[in-house]
Design a protein around this ligand. Structure first.
Ligand code: BGP
Length: 478
């Protein structure tokens, strides 16, 4: 039985906004001293193999020119009433190769202007230090996070950001969807060696380096400014047993452990027993120093996560069908509808994750990604070009109602940032036609289009939800 909340608004000070990542919207991929990141060799998205070098023939679809248009784009976000805006900083704008001693001033100056504009528009900046955009040189020369030296490069990069932007940015995320490295080692870990050639030991050694780097910059941040709040960022995906058979229940838990491990280490400061057992059984031997163990004890201030879907799990080998879009395992849940990209629609799953994470870690939470990727059609209504995206409004409403319930359940939640409030290039498939935005971008997957911006119907809906602090969610949708 579910209970309905009586609260009609969100808590005072709750942050509503949107989230983007540099490589998915900035464009200008070689401007002002920037060098390629791993994204620039993933023309088909992060789940496909890379090309060797970016060339004019295999260029990835370049963002939406946010690099040059951020002021007018941020004005649109402000019009919706955003009180928080999540960006990422492209590492390869600041340290173009990744291993330099001195940062690129032009890159820093760009983010100075961007952060100033975010603040001037009344939004709290929330900054991801590394969002799937490791400098290409680090990937090809060091094999990314497999090399322990990445910890030092990342520390230097993070310190540069903290010292330069720390007067305006107090909320930081260390690595986007850090657990995605298990399925997408190049996109999430800058690892050039193909996934199928990586041993479990090699993979977990790279993960270990990222976890130490995350804890180390958490320590650094706290020493530099006690006001800094540092969060980890996890791809959440609740796993339900396909049946009440305890074997299925355990299989669901086993898969969840693969993701929980990242939060457990970030929040508890040590490796959990179930992971150590897996290491023993699979003969995984890691280079973990005493100093690493000390550093890991620097736990995060909050847990942030993305939420798009749940999956199901079964122990029955005959039923192991992998769902499209199920990047982290699990089988499709027959009780749920799916998006055009095969992602299960499950607002209740968000309430479940919020309760689960809060009970497990007891840290404040932040939903830093949630959204619907869909094909949109630009039409004319009363002489104005728009998209009548009732499906996106439904998605937003149902998920925010679930969030409101979770807050009533007692979850301490700081905010909610919708993924891609303006259409951006998909991380998984590199399509622009997988649109999340409240603002439509006239750009097609082949790069054609005017880059004009148009407000969708959902733009005004989110604006009303924010203006009413959630009360508008109770209105009947016409
Ligand atoms: C998350 C990433 C984002 C974003 C989102 C939607 O995994 O953190 O960068 O893109 O998913 O995924 P996609 O773009 O593949 O639809």
């Amino acid at each position: 039985m579910t209970t309905q909340s009586t609260a009609r608004t969100f808590p005072d000070g709750f942050l509503f906004g949107g989230a983007v990542a540099a490589n998915q919207l900035e464009g200008a991929y070689l401007e002002d001293g920037k060098l390629p990141s791993i994204q620039d060799v993933l023309p088909k998205g992060g789940l496909q193999p890379p090309t060797d070098e970016p060339t004019p023939d295999n260029l990835k679809l370049e963002g939406i020119d946010f690099y040059h248009r951020f002021e007018s784009d941020l004005a649109l976000m402000a019009e919706m009433g955003f009180s928080v805006f999540r960006i990422s900083i492209a590492w390869s704008r600041i340290f173009p190769r990744g291993d330099e001693e001195t940062p690129n001033e032009a890159g820093l100056a760009y983010y100075d202007r961007l952060i100033d504009a975010i603040v001037a528009n009344g939004m709290t900046p929330l900054v991801t230090i590394s969002h799937y955009e490791t400098p290409l040189h680090l990937a090809k020369t060091y094999d990314g996070w497999r090399d322990r030296r990445l910890i030092g490069f990342y520390e230097r990069y993070a310190r540069t950001l903290f010292e330069r932007f720390g007067d305006r940015v107090k909320h930081w995320l260390t690595f986007n969807e850090i657990n995605a490295i298990t399925m997408a080692p190049l996109m999430a870990g800058g690892i050039w060696t193909p996934r199928e050639e990586l041993s479990t030991s090699q993979l977990y050694q790279a993960i270990h380096h990222e976890l130490v780097a995350s804890a180390s910059v958490t320590k650094m941040a706290h020493e530099l400014d006690p006001e800094f709040k540092i969060g980890c960022m996890i791809l959440s995906m609740p796993v339900y047993p396909l049946s009440p058979d305890p074997a299925d229940v355990w299989e669901a838990k086993r898969i969840e452990h693969e993701n929980y491990a990242f939060g457990d280490i970030h929040c508890r400061g040590e490796y959990p027993g179930y992971l150590l057992r897996m290491f023993r059984e699979e003969g995984v031997e890691l280079d973990i120093t005493d100093s690493d163990r000390e550093i890991l004890k620097n736990t995060v201030d909050f847990v942030s996560f993305s939420y798009y879907m749940s999956v199901a799990a079964t122990a029955d080998p005959a039923k192991q069908i992998r769902g499209e879009g199920n990047v982290l395992g699990g089988v499709p849940n027959p009780t749920l509808e799916k998006t055009e990209w095969g992602w299960a629609l499950d607002p209740m799953g968000l309430r479940i994750v919020l309760n689960d994470y809060y009970e497990r870690w007891g840290k404040p939470l932040f939903i830093v990604e949630n959204g619907l990727g869909a094909k949109d059609e630009l039409v004319e209504v009363d002489g104005v070009k728009t998209v009548v995206d009732d499906y996106r409004i439904d998605y937003l409403r149902n998920h925010l109602l679930a969030v409101r319930e979770a807050i009533e359940d007692g979850v301490d939640l700081w905010g909610y940032t919708w993924w891609g409030p303006i259409d951006v290039v998909s991380a998984g498939t590199a399509q622009l036609s997988k649109r999340y935005g409240f603002v439509y971008i006239d750009r097609n997957d082949d790069g054609s289009g005017s880059l004009e911006r148009y407000k969708k119907k959902s733009f005004d809906y989110y604006r009303r939800v924010i203006a009413s602090n959630g009360a508008a969610l109770d209105e009947e949708l016409s």
